[in-house]
Design a protein around this ligand. Structure first.
Ligand SMILES: C[S@@+](CC[C@H](N)C(=O)[O-])C[C@H]1O[C@@H](n2cnc3c(N)ncnc32)[C@H](O)[C@@H]1O
Length: 352
């Protein structure tokens, strides 16, 4: 049975109220409805380990939200075989289908499998598949499209930061971290001095769970500034209203992956302002977001959330601003829902 780390237990006592106090975008309000019902039911009682576990299962792999790592049950050999087999067999099979110009119905090939095969093919084309396999071996999670995606972003950002802002470890802030998988990969790669996650109150339950499980040595804090153990990696989990408590010029690297694309305009633009405030001189801001041309609003209308129109400062040193190749390859390649996805990396708050 999962035990509840003390910091998370305290947070469980507050999360329902925080959830009531913050209005997410209509898109996220809809996704979180079910979880909020469960949180309300917990309100009056002391949460048991079983209730916590049930919540995590729902957040991790619920009907609508599926961000979490999948625990690996097989052996290391099975992981290696899965990677090799999915790549060699399924990718080859799908390429044949496309080559024959057959309609891509993916019949008999579940979407997850196709996405995984394409993600591995993408890593291979970037000469990353061997490094990925090695990286995944000691982590007791399954290889999926999502782990391949986070590995790719981790490698890309590692390279950009080393070349442009100096050697690791870094003080990092990620807005909208989902299950906390990227932070886990960063920490396991020795890149983290501290890692701050800003996310919706409910999702912090999931990211803090992931960190406590896969990085049990790290310190978990729900405070923006609380003093922590020297030498330990601190992961801070902050709700959106706490972003203004993060000290000025305190972070080397700010990240947002597929998250600003699901926010309302004022919320998204406010985060941009804070990123420039929180970033140190010559820090790095990386984001990767799709265009959502009909993102719903609470009044029933929609708006066009276009990542080309985020309110960036004109003095950013842009390192890259282009269509996300992983998205291009892994999603659009198979004729899944078409969409534009842009990744942008810039050195911000330049001093020279
Ligand atoms: C599609 S998920 C992406 C998760 C993760 N970055 C990934 O790529 O797997 C979007 C994330 O944005 C978060 N989010 C949505 N609205 C937010 C807001 N107003 N402030 C902070 N995070 C938000 C969601 O809770 C979720 O964690």
């Amino acid at each position: 049975m999962t035990t509840i780390p003390p910091a998370i237990r305290n947070y469980l006592g507050e999360v329902s109220e925080k959830s009531d106090d913050y209005q997410a975008s209509a898109f996220w309000d809809d996704l979180l409805t079910e979880i909020r019902g469960d949180l309300d039911a917990l309100r009056a009682e002391n949460t048991t380990a079983k209730q916590y576990e049930d919540l995590i299962v729902k957040l991790n792999a619920g009907r609508k939200i599926k961000f979490g790592f999948k625990e690996r049950t097989g052996t290391l050999g099975a992981l290696r075989r899965k990677i090799a087999y999915h790549y060699a067999y399924h990718y080859g099979r799908l390429v044949k289908l496309i080559g024959n110009r057959s309609p891509i119905t993916l019949k008999g090939t579940p979407k997850e499998l196709a996405e995984h095969a394409a993600a591995l093919a993408f890593l291979r084309s970037h000469k990353l598949v061997d490094g990925y396999t090695k990286f995944m071996e000691p982590i007791p999670v399954e290889s999926t499209m999502s782990t391949a995606r986070h590995y790719y972003f981790k490698e890309l950002i590692k390279d950009l930061t080393a070349k442009n802002i100096g050697e690791p470890p870094y003080d990092i802030m990620e807005i909208g971290a989902g299950a906390g998988n990227l932070g886990t990969f960063f920490a396991l790669s020795g890149l983290v001095k501290s890692y701050t996650i800003v996310d919706l109150p409910e999702m912090l339950l999931l990211s803090s769970f992931t960190i406590s499980k896969y990085l049990p040595e790290s310190v978990i804090s729900f405070s923006p500034t609380e003093e922590v153990e020297p030498g330990a990696i601190t992961f801070r989990f902050l709700t959106p209203d706490m972003v203004d408590k993060i000290p000025d010029q305190s972070r080397d690297l700010m990240i947002n992956i597929t998250s600003m694309m699901e926010m309302d305009l004022d919320v998204r633009d406010n985060y941009l302002k804070h990123i420039y405030r929180i970033g140190r001189p010559n820090s790095l801001f990386f984001n990767n977001n799709r265009r959502q041309s009909t993102l719903p609003l609470h009044d029933g209308s929609t708006w066009d959330n276009n990542p080309l129109l985020y309110p960036y400062r004109t003095d950013d040193k842009i390192l890259m601003w282009e269509e996300c190749p992983f998205h291009q390859f892994g999603r659009m390649h198979w004729h899944f829902k078409q969409s534009l996805c842009f990744m942008r990396a810039a050195v911000i708050n330049q001093t020279a």
